[in-house]
Design a protein around this ligand. Structure first.
Ligand SMILES: Cc1cc2nc3c(=O)[nH]c(=O)nc-3n(C[C@H](O)[C@H](O)[C@H](O)COP(=O)(O)OP(=O)(O)OC[C@H]3O[C@@H](n4cnc5c(N)ncnc54)[C@H](O)[C@@H]3O)c2cc1C
Length: 404
């Protein structure tokens, strides 16, 4: 059968893996990626057991081992300079949380797909408009003027999704966007090779620190707009919020000179599209549900979206005659959202709870000092409460299996 392709817009974790899975199962796929290479700035690379397991189901575990990666050894909470509790990885799972270099991983995934005759990759072009016939999306036009007639357009184009806007789908944004100052610094022996992910809360500062996949020190600093405006010397501010051993690192010339001005503060919108699809067009990954960076969830959810979408789309493809494909596809789009939406909302709610706990500490010096003083007593209870919440954040809230 000579059928029109599925156009996947965006080769982030969602689009690259979905493109590979569909092409491996014989569907004609074209992936369109705006950037020319995979060296663009990636915001996150933490994979939880749920994401690593999803990559395993896709047959990509070996690729993960071949690209730069680092495991997390433990989670440590330091409040007002005192260690409150610590939890070792892998916390009852088979695999520890692992930082995996996204550029290399995505490039390897796309390279694998490129070997398939029914896969086409277009890079350095954006999708600029959708073509609609009889109230159904039937194609898209690229920035180079090329028009592609499609069986389906899948917007995997991230949190500011152009496909979402072009298709008229909406986003329910969470009330308050998340502000994060996200940057990398030179490696240091002060961070043990076991690579603890440490969260520091002191005064107005809440930040985390760990060694990234390529061995640099990643800082994630959660800031309120008003607090960020008053930061004139970022390294000094972090030094003041750090225990003495770490403060010395932030004051070294090498660290200060890494970012001469100020690191970039990202405003991250979090939310979900109440409706993920319209006839002929589906949103997945951050395009459907932009995730907060808290506890490394977005890539994991993206990979799980790709698996569920593959199950439904391949079944639809195999069962349909030429004429009925469109109807069967459009029905599948609704089923994909029905399957995925509950987990996404639960995970976003757990992320919000983590943020709210951090905010309570951030706002109240009395609470921070109480927790600090009573650390030997309250530390155990806080640790157990935190661990309980991590179960779902690490493994997901539902079973996701690749069945086709
Ligand atoms: C600071 C920060 C840290 C994070 N840390 C983590 C973490 O450690 N672990 C984790 O799991 N998640 C993390 N996240 C969330 C994670 O980055 C996202 O949830 C995840 O990348 C979503 O994947 P995606 O493929 O849906 O979208 P994206 O990764 O955003 O990919 C979208 C792709 O679409 C392309 N594109 C956009 N528009 C067009 C267009 N019109 N035409 C063609 N191509 C287009 C883009 O170039 C891009 O390649 C973090 C987020 C932030 C902001």
């Amino acid at each position: 059968m000579n059928r029109k392709p599925i156009a996947i817009v965006g080769a982030g974790p969602t689009g690259a893996t979905l493109g590979l899975l569909l092409a491996e199962r014989g569907l004609p796929v074209v992936v369109i990626e705006a950037s020319r290479n995979f060296r663009r700035v990636f915001r996150g690379e933490g994979l939880m057991p749920s994401g690593l397991e999803a990559l395993g189901q896709m047959g990509l575990s070996q690729l993960v081992e071949q690209v730069p990666n680092q495991t997390i050894g433990s989670w440590e909470f330091v409040i007002e300079g005192r260690s409150i509790f610590s939890v070792d990885e892998p916390m009852g799972n088979d695999m520890p949380c692992t930082l995996v270099a996204q550029p290399q991983l995505l490039e390897a995934v796309i390279d694998r797909a490129k070997a398939l005759p029914n896969f086409r990759f277009i890079s350095g072009e954006t999708v600029q408009s959708l073509i609609t016939e009889d109230n159904r999306v039937s194609g898209c036009t690229l920035s180079n003027g090329e028009t592609i007639q499609t069986a389906l357009v899948i917007g995997c184009d991230g949190r500011s999704s152009m496909i979402r806007k072009l298709s008229g789908l909406t986003l329910n944004e969470e009330a308050k966007p998340f502000n994060v100052v996200w940057f990398k610094l030179p490696d240091t022996d002060l961070i043990p090779q076991s690579n603890p992910f440490t969260i520091f809360v002191k005064g107005d500062a809440v930040f985390s620190l760990f060694r990234s996949s390529e061995g640099l020190i990643q800082v994630g600093w959660s800031v309120q707009n008003e607090d960020w405006k008053s930061v004139t010397d970022w390294s000094q501010t972090l030094a003041e919020a750090s225990p003495p051993w770490l403060a010395a690192y932030f004051r070294t010339q090498e660290v200060v000179e890494t970012i001469p001005d100020r690191p970039l503060c990202l405003t991250v919108t979090v939310g979900h599209a109440p409706q993920w699809s319209t006839p002929g067009c589906l949103l997945l990954g951050d395009a459907a549900h932009p995730m907060s960076p808290i506890r490394a969830q977005g890539i994991n959810m993206a990979l799980r979206d790709a698996i569920v979408a593959t199950n439904y789309l391949v079944k639809a493809w195999r069962s349909a005659e030429d004429q009925s494909l469109i109807t069967i596809f459009d029905r599948a789009l609704l089923q994909i959202q029905t399957d995925r939406h509950p987990e996404i909302r639960q995970i976003q709610s757990l992320q919000a709870q983590e943020a709210a706990d951090g905010m309570k500490l951030h706002r109240s010096a009395a609470l921070r000092n109480l927790v600090r003083t009573l650390a030997p007593i309250v530390g155990i209870a806080l640790r157990e409460k935190w661990k309980l919440r991590q179960r779902k954040l690490r493994s997901g809230t539902t079973i996701v299996r690749l069945t086709v």
